[in-house]
Design a protein around this ligand. Structure first.
Ligand code: C2O
Ligand code: CU
Length: 444
């Protein structure tokens, strides 16, 4: 697809360090006077950040770093995060990408709150009910803000992990490409080295925060599993051969798990031939990068893992059915003639709003008639993939919050309208979202 980017200019960032989605209602939260379980402050501020390449970028950051600090909390905790805007003149917010928080906490400037301007602050509160890998980013002019560095990871750990899970070596890998200076951060030679004892269960949380580039990862040196997609655990994920390509859309997440062997394992990022960008894991932190097998298949979630019970499925009676046609056309936007990205033929704000009633079971058919892929991101809800191009999704229940729809593809997805509010539904290629491909889901 046109958005594939094989050059390996990813910046990767390593920080050490199942869940059927459930809505959180404001009533579940302890009152504003009570103590949250966890309290964080993030300060949006400008900062000149030096990339490992030696190039510097005039970044916008949370707390002066890219990515922002990882927020790691436990399932069930009430989390309070105060955003302080020091000097981001354009304003900023925090959106909890993939976490189905109450609408008022969703962080969308102009929809659920006003942008937080320099000198102002805003406090978010939510209960972390979904275990998994998420991320946060500004949602005030997201394209510019995320491009400049206003993002970080958000991990919700299980409250009662099983023993294997508790001993996991857990590594978050956020990738982001800077157009001109797309070089690894946090690794002087492009390769981070991590020491892991053989026999240790390992979890790599892959998060692609790029603005429009599908990122490719390859784990070489061990079989592995994709344990979760977009934060939701898969049921009995099978073994994938080392070298299997993982292509992750912008905004999407894969949790990759394996047991550390007694030889090096390499997570390659952007895997163009010869690319040595990534993370080398080995028993003593040294060793050579194992050779990638040539060729190799690409991971496809459609038939992966074992089916399991879901709260609804293809044969359910749906209360509403919508069709979403994704396309592109040349036209004027904000006075500029350019390629526009359309939803049902329109560009925002003329795109339709999908209206639902609380409790509705909703089926949406998404058709991509355009020339490039579109990772469609619905806020506040997780969708169950029912089928792609008429083929039923018969593997692990595949829940997504950021579904990459390739040119020519038709997906049927379903979700329960269980989280009232006004929600964004947009392409997470932020370059598309700003020229049309944005709409709302609204509750009557
Ligand atoms: Cu990750 Cu509307 O955003
Ligand atoms: Cu798009």
């Amino acid at each position: 697809a046109a958005h594939d980017h094989g050059s390996g200019h990813a910046a990767h960032l390593a920080a050490t360090a199942d869940a059927a989605p459930a809505p959180v209602s404001v009533a579940d939260l302890t009152g504003p006077d009570s103590e949250p379980d966890r309290r964080f402050t993030l300060t949006a501020q400008k900062k000149t950040v030096r990339l490992a390449s030696g190039q510097t970028i005039e970044a916008w950051t949370y707390d002066g770093q890219i990515p922002g600090p990882e927020l790691r909390v436990k399932e069930g905790e009430v989390v309070e995060v105060t955003l302080v805007n020091k000097d981001i003149d354009a304003g900023s917010t925090i959106h909890w990408h993939g976490l189905d928080v109450p609408n008022a906490e969703d962080g969308v400037a102009g929809v659920t709150q006003n942008a937080v301007m320099p000198g102002e602050r805003h406090t978010y509160r939510f209960k972390a009910e979904q275990v998994g890998t998420f991320w946060y980013h500004t949602h005030q002019d997201s394209l510019e803000g995320v491009s400049k560095g206003l993002f970080g990871s958000l991990v919700v750990e299980p409250a009662h992990p099983d023993p294997d899970r508790a001993r996991e070596k857990d590594i978050t890998v956020m990738t982001h490409l800077w157009d001109d200076a797309g070089i690894a951060i946090g690794a002087s030679d492009g390769v981070d080295r991590v020491r892991i004892a053989p026999g240790t269960p390992v979890r790599l949380r892959l998060i692609n925060t790029d603005n429009w580039i599908r990122q490719t990862y390859r784990l070489v040196g061990s079989d592995f599993q994709v344990a979760a997609i977009d934060g939701t655990d898969l049921n009995e994920p099978g073994d994938l051969a080392g070298g299997t390509k993982l292509v992750l859309t912008t905004g999407g997440r894969y949790d990759v798990t394996f047991v550390m062997p007694d030889r090096p394992v390499f997570l390659g990022i952007g895997f163009a031939a010869g690319s040595r960008l990534g993370i080398l894991m080995s028993p003593d932190g040294s060793g050579d990068i194992p050779d990638a097998p040539s060729g190799g298949s690409e991971f496809d979630p459609l038939h992966y893992g074992k089916p399991a019970k879901t709260p609804f499925g293809p044969d359910s009676a749906f209360d509403r059915e919508f069709t979403m046609v994704l396309d592109n056309k040349l036209g004027f936007y904000d006075g500029k003639f350019e390629m526009l990205y359309t939803l049902n033929g329109e560009v925002f704000p003329n795109t339709p709003a999908f209206m639902v009633r609380e409790g509705d079971l909703v089926k949406t058919t998404i058709v991509n008639r355009g020339m490039v892929d579109h990772p469609m991101h619905l806020h506040g809800h997780h969708v169950l993939v029912l089928s792609r191009n008429g083929e039923p999704a018969d593997g692990s229940p595949w829940w997504s919050d950021t579904l990459d729809v390739l040119p020519g593809d038709t997906y049927e997805i379903a979700f329960r309208a269980d989280n009232p509010g006004v929600w964004m539904d947009h392409c997470h290629n932020l370059t598309h979202a700003v020229v049309g491909m944005t709409m709302h889901l609204m509750y009557e």
